[in-house]
Design a protein around this ligand. Structure first.
Ligand code: ME8
Length: 511
């Protein structure tokens, strides 16, 4: 069978419009999807994103706007789609948890689990946090304050359905231990393992009485309950790509997922609940759950509930899609937290994009134009012998695809920054080579053959760089290919004109 790649983002809550944090996850997924499409072929990659539309949070947000939850979510979903379009997010499918295909799969999964005896009914008494939709134990609840959001919580008693997490705890520990790449990065894997080893899992309450909350998927075997939003939402990863057959076997061209990328805030649900749900349903495990870090503003996580969010559209408007994508992927190692600052973005813009990349492309094309009337010299650089610096540039051109790919694996924690750095190494080598070779002297001295070889080498660098940048910075890379990809170059204006600090608006060229 041909190798395939199925990648997913979390399904975002539609209680308000997306911010930088959401765009980060989607840009990372998009980059990998584009990368895999180039390698495996378009038809072997499936990139899923979507929206999480049930539960108390959404109901409250809809109530506040005097809309039905469905009308409310119908209004918000386009904001996500619009942002993804602006950011060049090349998803193959967008699933909404309010769609029939999803609701049917959830109902079917519940029926199967009930028949297997993994779902049972019991009385629940506990401390409940409305905004977090989480129950807390007496110890966790302490003085009736939510350990997560620090808001007051309430004591509730009710009849509910439970999913037997506890039965699978031993299995999960063994599974994680036997599969080092299942949860990445390592710090998150260790966190999950030590949580599992130090605590006894309590069974998960997966229903909500309709009288308390009616905005959710109907329970197939109870008219009085709806499904807990997390239990519903996680199933999107299968409901979007397949179906249970009449024997209860899940069938899909894409499953198991190769990669679930999430933020570290939702690690527990993806590294504990989800694998156990799949195991109980007899469905194979995803290959990797990767939890990235948080974008912070100062001391705090950027979040909708805190209200300290930066609007990605504003950043794209100011700096262009690709500078924004580049900054997010390059500035902070994937997996770690990072502080968002426009100053840092502008610094990266000026040094990496204007001085390094933009300069190399512009000067290479300018020289081709000046010395060869825009016709790329017809020389096979891999046959011709260059001086030492030229030879190492040739070698770097050859090894660049592997150098870039090497970091885009679970074992390397999808280190986008390190991948980009490899490309920037070549850019730096080429810029240095221009300064050392002094092509203007070659021209003056009439050393035409050397000059031709030199220019061709530069154009090959530009082409190699643009190819590797396609998944990361699709607009810029395409613009470079457009300018430098053919025998006759078509020089445009500089790709990244330097920005004044602070906050000046750049000219909007091909970015
Ligand atoms: O949790 N930094 O949805 P959500 C980095 N519906 N990433 C961030 C971020 C930040 N400051 N803030 C948010 C939910 N994210 C559930 C998921 S999945 C079946 C259901 C990103 O709208 C990050 O990917 O709260 C995080 O995990 C996700 O948005 C949470 O989005």
């Amino acid at each position: 069978m041909e190798e395939k790649f199925y990648i997913t983002t979390p399904l975002y809550y539609v209680n308000s419009s997306p911010h930088i944090g959401h765009s980060y996850t989607n840009i990372a997924c998009d980059t990998l999807a584009r990368f895999k499409r180039a390698k495996l072929g378009k038809t072997n990659v499936w990139f899923l994103t979507g929206t999480d539309e049930h539960g108390q949070k959404i109901k409250k947000a809809a109530d506040a706007k005097n809309l039905s939850p469905q009308d409310f979510t119908d209004e918000i979903v386009p904001l996500f789609k619009e942002l993804w379009q602006k950011l060049g997010i090349s998803y193959d499918d967008f699933i909404r948890t309010t769609e029939a295909r999803h609701k049917n799969t959830v109902a079917k999964a519940l029926t199967i689990l009930k028949e297997k005896g993994d779902i049972f009914m019991a009385q629940y008494e506990g401390w409940y946090c409305v905004p977090c939709e989480s129950f807390w134990t007496q110890t966790q609840a302490g003085s009736a304050i939510c350990p997560d959001c620090q808001r007051p919580i309430e004591k509730i008693t009710e009849s509910n359905y439970f999913f037997s997490l506890s039965k699978y705890q031993g299995w999960l520990i063994d599974y994680i231990e036997a599969h080092p790449d299942f949860i990445r990065p390592l710090i998150r894997r260790n966190e999950v393992l030590s949580f599992l080893k130090l605590n006894s899992l309590t069974d998960l309450c997966i229903s909500r009485p309709k009288e308390r909350l009616n905005w959710g998927i109907a329970f197939p075997f109870s008219s009085e309950h709806v499904v807990y939003v997390w239990f519903d939402a996680l199933l999107n990863y299968i409901s979007a790509v397949g179906e249970f057959n009449k024997d209860g076997v899940f069938q899909s061209r894409w499953w198991p997922a190769d990669l679930h990328i999430i933020g570290k805030d939702i690690l527990r649900q993806h590294a504990v609940y989800w694998p156990i749900m799949l195991k109980a349903l007899d469905i194979p495990m995803p290959s990797c759950v990767f939890a990235h870090g948080w974008w912070m503003l100062g001391e705090n996580k950027m979040s909708k509930s805190r209200g300290n969010v930066v609007n990605p559209l504003e950043m794209v408007e100011k700096y262009g899609i690709d500078a924004y994508r580049y900054f997010l992927l390059r500035d902070v190692p994937f997996g770690m937290d990072g502080n968002f600052s426009e100053d840092a973005l502008i610094k990266r813009f000026n040094s990496d994009l204007a001085n390094d990349l933009g300069n190399l492309v512009y000067r290479s094309l300018t020289m081709t134009e000046k010395y060869f009337a825009s016709v790329v010299p017809n020389i096979d650089i891999f046959v011709r012998k260059f001086d030492e610096a030229g030879e190492s540039i040739k070698n770097k051109i050859k090894s660049l695809p592997q150098d870039v790919e090497k970091f885009l694996t679970p074992a390397e924690d999808f280190n986008f920054g390190a991948s980009l750095e490899e490309t920037w190494k070549l850019i730096a080598m080429a810029n240095k080579y221009v300064e050392e070779t002094k092509p203007w002297n070659l021209s003056k001295e009439g050393k035409l053959e050397e000059l031709s070889a030199f220019i061709r080498l530069l154009i090959e660098v530009v082409r190699a760089v643009s190819k590797e940048l396609l998944p990361f910075m699709p607009v810029t890379a395409s613009a470079i290919i457009e300018q430098a990809g053919q025998d006759i170059i078509k020089k445009g204006s500089p790709l990244f004109p330097r920005l004044e600090i602070p906050g000046a608006t750049p000219k909007k060229n091909a970015r």
